[in-house]
Design a protein around this ligand. Structure first.
Ligand code: ADP
Length: 532
């Protein structure tokens, strides 16, 4: 007896079936009800929801039959999925294709079969709703129509099940993500608040220990950086997903850059006594042309994971080389490794959160998106207990010697009068402290109206403009100031990383954008460049 051939779309069909995640699950009332109804409607002793897997048919619901599955090679339903109409065998013994079938000659002694294919919304027949009897018969047209309707109801039920499953998973992911994120934010915040309090007590107390105060400040700074890093991760993901992340390619001395990244993580590697190495192929040219910051971000992420997940005394090595038209960055560790199942989902945003301890699970998702944005790719091979190898390939473009920065030293021009437009008292204090510490004069305008009035009053060197002001949008204020003082440079500083892409900033005359929290070096660079 010949087995049914495979449908032309077999692989996609199987994937569609697997996507329902229904194989080998428990019986469910809704499918049982539809199956019983089919058996009553068609007046047959058996009815089944049969799903055609690689080598078997598996029954999600059954009425009048004990078996859970049979081989696909003898399944009537494997024939039924080859067409979209009902597949009917009025008398199996009289049909040369089925007369010798073990399901005909042995239990359940099939004589009559009719199967309505279960066709997914994408058009794949994943199985059938079928009715079977031990005597020859035929169905009325109305019964056939009814069977088709019930088959469609089975598919709707599968779709509903899939969507409920997805929602449940998503809300679980969200809960895990927010709980991990909250932990990641609370830990450094806790250090910042506790140490700040302690330092205040120590300063008020008799003899503050300066070394201890300095150490506490270092910890506060480190905790702040961790906080900022987590927040940047979330912003990066949203920027990447919105398609708003842009490449900024330039020539750079990658040996210095990558060695710097490697050095940055050296203290952690040293604390764990890792054998920590960096090999940069001598054959590589001195300069590359690519988005340096994104390459740094990828390597930092991979290296910090490798150091984090490698046990003391083991090895973490980074190799940088050219292979064909690619720059290959490989980070190999002798760490805990990653389970095969998990490897497939490692680069998905949030997906892995449920299984991991701590962390927010965004780092590798960002690496993958950044690598792809740069025209490259990222892979992992890993063995549990032995270690992992993360390999990034980026398009290889040899660069030229970069132009020397006009102001290579971050020392500030003096004699600058800054008009700081900022309503938030803490931000005012911080910016004033930083600027005055550099010997600059600062005047604060707490809202748009006062900013415009002050701007016209004296020749400022530069305006540092907040985005959200109580009375006006900072962009609008900038436009008005530019109308009054066309030569006055305005630099916007904002917590909104997307602000420069906002259509309203067009023609507002804003010279540059700085991110909050304030990075002193970025501010000094802007003051040097624009301050008059
Ligand atoms: P997170 O920022 O939370 O660490 P990542 O996306 O960078 O998120 O990593 C996600 C998870 O992948 C980690 O929590 C860890 O379980 C696993 N992982 C990443 N890199 C390695 C590695 N080198 N060795 C073992 N596990 C790793």
């Amino acid at each position: 007896m010949p087995a049914a051939p495979f449908p032309a779309d077999e692989l996609d069909r199987l994937q569609a079936l697997l996507d329902y995640e229904v194989l080998d699950t428990e019986a469910e009332q809704s499918f049982d009800d539809l199956t019983n109804l089919a058996s009553h409607l068609c007046d047959t002793s058996i009815a089944l929801v049969s799903l055609i897997d690689t080598t078997r048919q598996w029954f999600k619901a059954k009425a009048g039959l004990e078996a859970c599955e049979t081989g696909r090679d003898i399944a009537f339903c494997a024939h039924a999925i080859l067409q979209r109409d009902i597949f009917e065998i009025p008398d199996a013994k009289a049909d040369p294709r089925f007369a010798e079938n073990p399901l005909v000659t042995g239990p359940p002694f099939i004589r009559y079969y009719a199967g309505a294919p279960l066709v997914t919304p994408q058009g794949y027949a994943i199985g059938t709703l079928c009715v079977i009897d031990t005597r020859p018969k035929s169905l009325l047209r109305s019964q056939k129509e009814g069977l088709q309707i019930l088959a469609r109801a089975v598919v709707s039920q599968l779709e509903l099940r899939k969507s409920l499953d997805r929602q449940a998973k998503l809300s679980q992911f969200k809960m895990d993500f927010f709980s991990n994120m909250s932990h990641e934010l609370r830990t450094p915040l806790n250090a910042i608040l506790a140490l700040s309090q302690l330092m205040q007590e120590q300063i008020v107390g008799a003899s503050p220990n300066l070394d201890q105060l300095f150490q506490n400040l270092k910890t506060i700074e480190f905790s702040g950086e961790r906080l900022l890093n987590q927040i940047n991760n979330v912003l990066d993901i949203s920027k990447l997903e919105a398609g708003k992340m842009r490449l900024v390619e330039r020539d750079f001395d990658f040996r210095t850059t990558f060695t710097h990244v490697y050095d940055m993580l050296a203290p952690q590697a040293k604390a764990k006594q890792l054998d920590y190495r960096l090999h940069i192929d001598h054959a590589l040219p001195p300069f590359l042309y690519m988005d340096e910051d994104k390459a740094i971000q990828i390597l930092t992420n991979l290296l910090s994971n490798a150091v984090k997940f490698t046990l003391p005394g083991k090895q973490v090595s980074t190799y940088i080389q050219k292979k064909d038209d690619w720059l290959e960055i490989m980070v190999r560790d002798q760490g805990i490794g990653i389970a095969p199942d998990y490897q497939k989902r490692l680069f998905h945003r949030f997906e892995q959160v449920a299984e991991q301890k701590g962390g927010t699970g965004l780092g590798l998702a960002i690496c993958k998106s950044l690598a792809e944005l740069m025209g490259g790719e990222i892979f992992v091979t890993s063995e549990q207990g032995k270690g992992s190898l993360f390999k990034v390939r980026l398009p290889f473009n040899e660069g030229k010697c970069p132009l020397i920065d006009q102001n290579p030293l971050l020392t500030l021009k003096t004699d600058l009068d800054i008009l700081l437009v900022e309503d938030n008292a803490i931000n005012q204090d911080v910016a004033r402290a930083v600027l005055e510490n550099e010997g600059l004069t600062v005047k604060i305008a707490p809202d748009g109206e006062q900013a415009i009035a002050l701007a016209a009053k004296q020749p400022w060197s530069m305006v540092l403009m907040d985005r959200h002001l109580p009375d006006m949008d900072g962009i609008e204020v900038s436009r008005k100031i530019k109308a009054l003082c066309p030569d006055l440079p305005i630099v916007m500083w904002s917590a909104d990383q997307h602000v420069q892409h906002h259509p309203s900033t067009k023609d507002a005359g804003i010279a540059d954008y700085l991110n909050k929290p304030l990075d002193k070096n970025a501010l000094i660079r802007a003051l040097n460049k624009y301050g008059k």
